[in-house]
Design a protein around this ligand. Sequence first.
Ligand code: ATP
Length: 140
Amino acid sequence: LQLSLAIIKPHTVKNPVALTYIRNVLKNKFVVIKTKRLFLDKSTAANFYIEHKDKFFFNRLVTFMSSGYIDLHVLGHKNAIHLWRKMLGPTKVYKAQFEDPYSLRGMFGLSDTRNVAHGSDSLTSAEREIKFFFPEFSFY
Ligand code: ATP
């Protein structure tokens, strides 16, 4: 079973329509192995997004990710990484709205920062990200 980490971002956690819709999708398409709600402080958010530290949007991203509760879900599926990212749609919301309007970002995205949720982009990042938020998690 392949694992991926989903992070439901703060504006989505505050949007009951989006949150209910996404929870239903997750329940129907994946085995939801672990779930946790967290309020990140800025330094934890910065650590999580460390690979983006030189990007122009880094401060904006870190401030946003520590602006409210996030929901974390460890998702299991034979193709979890690709499937969850496919369901999210393109990172950039204008692209999501044009190219994949029924993706989660197409439907609920507000901006390139407030783009609904995060999904691990590789096996290596899935493992790092799951360990980051669930240090007790056993992969074997
Ligand atoms: P994620 O890793 O969150 O699933 P992604 O892999 O689709 O997103 P990345 O390029 O890794 O996209 O960017 C990480 C996050 O940084 C994005 O989800 C988004 O919130 C933010 N971001 C990316 N590009 C921009 C941008 N041009 N302007 C503002 N924020 C951005």
